[in-house]
Design a protein around this ligand. Sequence first.
Ligand code: COA
Length: 326
Amino acid sequence: MGLTITGLGTAIPEQRLTNADLERMVDTSDAWIVERTGIRERRVAAPDETSATLGTDAAAAALKDAGLTPDDIGLLVVATTTPVQLFPSTAVRIQDSLGLRCGAFDVMAACSGFVYGLVTAAGMMTVDAGLKAASGGQPGGRPFLVVGTETLTRVVDPTDRSTCILFGDGAGAAVVDHSVEADGGLLSWDLGSDGSLVSLLEVPPGERWLRMEGKEVFRRAVRVVVESSSTALQKAGMTPEDVDLFVPHQANVRIIDAVCSRIGIPLDRTVVNLDRYGNTSAASIPLALAEAAEAGRLTGGEVVLISGFGAGMTWASAVLRWEPRQ
Ligand code: COA
């Protein structure tokens, strides 16, 4: 039995940071930012908002979307690059504020985190089903929650024009359950990492702000997303022509354009919402999925390719066949 997504939710801070606002903060221009990144505005968390509060709101919305209550949930996996504190996890704060009664833990894989979390949840669901079958019980089990939540603007130097234009805050969440269709749900995945590239994008130990070698991240991002997406498609026995909807990590529209043209997926089958949110790291893929579902682009039967990359470097792709609502 595989994993399928049965509910999606988002939480977007109210405050907008537009390119015009940034023109007043650093030596930049709306024209430069739009041409080089595609971003027009991002959201900034209010002082009382954290990765935990945003994650809680997104998870509550996903529960509502799935028609479930906190008691129904069997596990919480939270992907975040910007945890509330070093420990304990952001997941336990979300567990407490939602009133969940289940295990909860964080996954740290930067912008690839949501896909890492989804694959981890799928593995645990499979174990759950296998154990039940082995003991003679009914397969199945409670649904899980996978959350991507970030407050990236808190680790971005507001005086550094090469990074402060890129990142935004927000959260997205998915309720995941056992797949009901034999060929539905999560069909394949590919996870990768290369820790020799830590210095390309990091908050150095003991420092406050993130540092990035933008050009090199760009170059490698295109390569790893193309390779990882191709590997995931191959594992699912599919080609790019089979993909109905491509949901890439939202970092830079030029990265998305380059990836789409190299893989051979047209832009009209690709979700792009970074113009309104910037790069929200682990939140970007669930945010984009939720918007695509809201827009009626995911009704059932679609083959969906999701692919992320980020600090580490890490990368992660998965192929799902969307299942219609029961
Ligand atoms: N406004 C105006 N000029 C800017 C600027 C800004 N906000 N930021 C940088 N510049 C300048 C640079 O100083 C440089 O000037 P110079 O030629 O006089 O030195 C010039 O623009 C070109 O800079 P460069 O860094 O080569 O631009 P770029 O085309 O590579 O774009 C990024 C920079 C950061 C937008 C791009 O490299 C990128 O998006 N990289 C990937 C980052 C990413 O996705 N990170 C997250 C990974 S999850």
